[in-house]
Write a protein that binds this ligand. Structure first.
Ligand SMILES: O=c1ccn([C@@H]2O[C@H](COP(=O)(O)O)[C@@H](O)[C@H]2O)c(=O)[nH]1
Length: 241
């Protein structure tokens, strides 16, 4: 995988026009585009087809963070496979059986759809949650302990990968050698942290074992998003050595 292929940009914009504009500026500078709740709720699956049609070279990551009964999540996964998405996210907190149902459905549905494999990524603990947020949500374990437990669930369930913060990577990388470790909460030095709580710079996250970085505001809000993406790709390349 090239350094550029490791960079995923979050298209967290309110409509298709803004998504296509940002995708156009970033094509050739990033590896994958992430469509999340804001854009998907506004524009629906049509925006996925439109972005893919304009930029067939860029994979689409559907970050819908499914959290429901297995039958309902499996239906959403069949629909995502028909759209030709590369990744879809599922919350890991519901346990191995739920994750396994999703991972098995993704393999079956992507084989049937013939678009290439849809990988299920298990979201361990949101990077916007710190110790206090986990306590308030009723957990007695720390974010790091929860991430380790849920990473194990992702392995047992046969998920393609997991989502965690850079801060847990060193602990979980040895136990997840064949999984994609997709890391949001990425902040180049000096960038505003915003609502993220467990953050890391691009270089440190790659050095700690991230396979992919997810970056939103530090690229989207830059005066020159393509130049901001290039700087992160250069930091990834330097960390890979
Ligand atoms: O734990 C998670 C899971 C997903 N995300 C998503 O990543 C991007 C991050 O955007 P920034 O603007 O760089 O903070 C965003 O789309 C989130 O929904 C996450 O941040 N943490």
């Amino acid at each position: 995988m090239t350094p550029r292929e490791r960079l995923i940009v979050a298209l967290d914009v309110p409509d298709e026009a803004k998504a296509l504009d940002l995708a156009g500026r970033l094509a050739g500078h990033v590896g994958m585009l992430k469509i999340g709740l804001e854009l998907f709720v506004a524009e629906g699956p049509a925006v996925v087809r439109k972005v893919k049609e304009r930029h067939p070279e860029l994979d689409i990551f559907l970050d819908l963070k499914l959290h429901d009964i297995p039958n309902t999540m499996q239906g959403a996964i069949r629909s995502a496979a028909k759209l030709g998405a590369r990744f879809i996210t599922v919350h890991a907190g519901s346990g191995v059986a739920h994750l396994r149902a999703c991972a098995e459905q993704a393999r079956e549905a992507s084989a049937a759809a013939g678009h290439g494999e849809l990988g299920v990524l298990a979201v361990t603990v949101l990077t916007s949650q710190d110790e206090q947020a986990c306590r308030e949500a009723g957990h007695t374990r720390s974010p790091a302990e929860l991430v380790a437990m849920r990473a194990q669930c992702a392995v047992e369930a046969g998920c393609a990968g997991l989502v965690c913060s850079g801060q847990e990577l060193e602990a979980i990388a040895p136990a997840t050698p064949s999984l994609f470790r997709v890391v949001p909460g990425i902040r180049p030095a000096g960038s505003a942290v915003g609502d993220q709580k467990r953050v890391m710079t691009p270089g440190k996250a790659i050095a700690a074992g991230a396979t992919h970085l997810v970056v939103g505001r530090p690229i989207r809000n830059a005066d020159d998003p393509a130049a901001a993406a290039d700087a992160i790709v250069a930091e990834i390349a330097a960390a890979l050595g």
